[in-house]
Each structure stands twice: as C-alpha cells, then as structure tokens.
Design a protein around this ligand. Structure first.
Ligand code: PSV
Ligand code: MN
Length: 426
C-alpha cells in the first residue's frame, strides 16, 4: 500500500477548516509575545526520528506475544511500513536496522525501496544478546565482556560485520547495547568484565571507518538481574572516553531506575559533548517500552528542555541520533508509533517555547517560583495547533492518526499480507 501526496492534500483539505481557528489563535498569541513562529515551525518540520526495524510488528513479553494482523514479514515490508508512517507524518524519515534480525539480502533493492519512501539508514544495531543458530560460541555468560577470548572475538567480529553492512547502506553509526552482566553475586568479576568490555569496544571502534560514530547504550538491569556490565551513563561515558572522540553515550529513556533524573544526565553529557544517541519510549516500572509520553509527559518535557538547551548551547555535542525504541504489545504498532511521534513533537515544541533568557534571569535572581512558572508555562501550552501547521506546511497529514484510520491502512495491510504474518525481531 502506498499513500500519495494527493491523498495527503485531499485529507488535509477535509480537516483543515475545522482546525484553522485554533491555529490562527495560537499563531497570533505567540506572535504577540514576540515569538518567531516561523522558526519554530521550521524546527518541527526538520525533526526526524528513526524507526527501528523491530518496532513494526507486535512485541511481546516473556509470558507471550499476541500477533497483529498484517505485520510486515520481511525487511522490504518493514520499510514499506516506515514509508507509510513517513508519508503520514513527514517525521519518520530514517530506519535503524538490527542485525541479524534484518540482514538485507539485496542491498541495492533495499536502498531503492528506502529511497522511494524518502528514508535514510540511521544507526546500525548489533546483537550479541542472542545466540545465532550457526554460531560456535555462546553468549549465555556474556559477549564483549566474556572470559572466553573466542566468544569475545566472535562478538567483536559480529560488530565489525554490522558496520560493513551499514557502510553499504549509507549508515554512519553503530549502536552497541549489551545484555552482558550477572544474575547472581559472585558470578562475575566486575573489574575483569569491565576491562574485557573496554578492550572489545576499542577493537570495534578502531575498526570503524573514520566518519563513523559509536553509540554505547547502558541499562541497569535486564536480562541480567543482579548486575549489568554497562549499567549506567557514567560507565558508558567512561568507555566512550576510553574509545575516542567518535564514541558517545546513548540514552534510552527506559534504561534508568525509577525516579532517576534523566534530564540532568542529558545536560551533563551534552556539556561534555558526549550525548550521541537517544532512544524514546516511556515506562512506569522498568524498561516497559510503552508509547512515548503516555506515562510521564512532564518528565519528557523536562528532558527535551535540556536537549533544546544543549542543541543551542553545546556546539561540542553532535546532533543526537533520535530513535523510537518501543514495543507494541497490544496496540496497532503503526498507530502506537504515530502516537509516539506526536508526543515527541509536542514535548519538543513545548521546550522550544521556554523563554531561555527569562529563565536565566530568574535563575540569577534565585527566583525559584518564577523559574517554575516559566517551565510550566511552556509545558501547559497546548502546542498541537503549531504541530498541525508544521505538518500542513511540511506535506504531512495534519492529523496522522485520523488519516491512518480514514485511509483504512491496517485493513489494507491485512488484506495484502494476511492475518497470520509475523514480523522478525523481538
Ligand atoms: C535494549 O533494551 C534496547 O533498548 C536496545 O536498544 C536494543 O537494541 C533494543 O532495546 C531492542 O532489543
Ligand atoms: Mn534502546
């Protein structure tokens, strides 16, 4: 199924008149406050988020998985799904591949499909958390941290292979997330595990092309429950520094213990020029991987406030690679992704509305009440009319979720692919 620009403009014509009063009111109000609405709209249009190749099908838990009709059964179909998402939103113009879940068999064909949808290849993801059927060594007791040199080498070689595949596709970065750790006290020598990890990462880093970046993801627990070798941002930061200037920390919102101040982590990393990648999701208890902004929207806004500040004030930090890392256990994956993109753009726009000069002055005057008023004033602004406007200007559907339903996309995908398809990956 393909959505054309005519489909989008036809849909927009239908819905625009009912939204125009809200849009006009918002634009007039912000303009009267001296805010350059055009610049904000341009920033919203520019913001692109990569969709991981594993997020197009139904996710699951260790207790089971409920398939979703019309799931993409191949990489080609996954790209088609991202193409639909991008046609509707114009903000999902990148894919992040997980190897070996999505090894392209015909690289040129895959490139052509991606290009036809306006999709580029963002960070490549390696996988040394699952054993592969033909592998000699097992990752049961670790991969890059393993005491077994042959297992470590196998994991290093896999990462090098992922880079080679990425090079052919035009990707420029590798994300390494390790499940390595221990389930029980005493199982692992922490120092040895860290040393092995550092040496393995250095080998991967040194084998990467000069224009590639390495993103090191951290996570405090799961699938190992007692310890994780790269448990937190500090460990990731230390390893990135040990590798070199093209190695960075990757923040995944779900990879923190409850109540961690993630916005402060973001600020610290950007100050040091080391925030390379960012995975969006939301959670209540752990790495729940639910829809972005569905549980803690204010926290998301505070994080975006630091991201926006960092992008404006920290030239030493590269532009971060954005990706949605969510799992869709009960919702239609495409609808869930549309909701996540909405939440990302809403929080981003609210953060763009923070009056940074007024905030600095209030901070300098130690006017704590004013500081809170400024932040919450931006957070409590219903910025959706600005997003409608940006979408109309950027060629997206003004209301992508409504368009998705009006166009009967899932019904069509089920007709085309059947009820019983199963996406590869988690
Ligand atoms: C691990 O929980 C993670 O966040 C990593 O980014 C993986 O690549 C992804 O989820 C999928 O397993
Ligand atoms: Mn992640």
């Amino acid at each position: 199924m393909k959505i054309t620009t005519d489909d989008i403009s036809g849909f927009n014509k239908k819905v625009k008149s009912s939204l125009e009063p809200e849009i006009d009111f918002m634009v007039n109000r912000l303009t009267a406050k001296g805010i350059a609405v055009d610049k904000i709209i341009a920033k919203i249009i520019d913001f692109q988020v990569a969709i991981p190749s594993w997020a197009l099908g139904a996710g699951g838990t260790r207790f089971g998985r409920f398939s979703y009709g019309g799931e993409p059964a191949s990489l080609e179909q996954k790209l088609d799904d991202i193409g639909l998402l991008h046609a509707l939103t114009q903000s999902a113009g990148a894919v992040s591949l997980h190897i070996p879940w999505d090894i392209p068999t015909d690289v040129q064909a895959i490139q052509e499909i991606a290009a036809s949808h306006g999709i580029v290849f963002d960070a490549m993801n390696s996988n040394t958390f699952q054993d592969q059927p033909d592998a000699k060594g097992s990752y049961r007791f670790g991969s890059l941290n393993s005491l077994d040199k042959a297992v470590r080498q196998q994991a290093v070689e896999h990462n090098k292979e992922v880079v080679r595949i990425g090079e052919r596709l035009g990707s420029k970065s590798l994300t390494v997330w390790l499940a390595d750790g221990a389930n029980f006290p005493g199982q692992l020598n922490f120092q040895k595990a860290l040393q092995n990890t550092e040496e393995s990462l250095k080998e991967i880093y040194n084998a990467m092309p000069q224009d590639w970046k390495l993103f090191i993801e951290y996570k405090p627990y799961e699938p190992n429950f007692y310890s994780t070798t790269i448990q937190d941002w500090g460990t990731s930061f230390m390893l990135a520094n040990a590798c070199g200037s093209r190695a960075f920390t990757l923040v995944d919102l779900g990879h923190h213990l409850p109540n961690t101040n993630i916005e402060q982590i973001v600020a610290t990393l950007m100050y040091k020029g080391k925030l390379g990648g960012f995975h969006f999701n939301d959670s209540k208890y752990g790495d729940d991987d639910v829809t972005v902004g569905s549980i803690k929207p204010y926290a998301l806004f505070l994080i975006f406030n630091e991201l926006v500040y960092g992008m404006q004030n920290n030239p030493q930090n590269p532009y971060p690679a954005w990706m949605i890392d969510a799992s869709h256990n009960i919702k239609d994956p495409l609808e869930d992704l549309i909701q996540s993109l909405d939440a990302i753009l809403i929080a981003y726009t609210q953060a763009l509305l923070v009056d940074q000069d007024a905030l600095r002055q209030a901070q300098e005057a130690n006017d704590v009440v004013k500081c809170q008023e400024i932040l919450q004033g931006a957070y409590r602004t219903d910025v959706r009319p600005l997003i409608y406007l940006a979408r109309a200007k950027g060629g997206a559907a003004i209301n992508p979720l409504q368009a998705y339903r009006d166009f009967k996309i899932r019904e069509t995908l089920i007709k085309e692919r059947g009820m019983k398809t199963k996406a590869t990956g988690l």
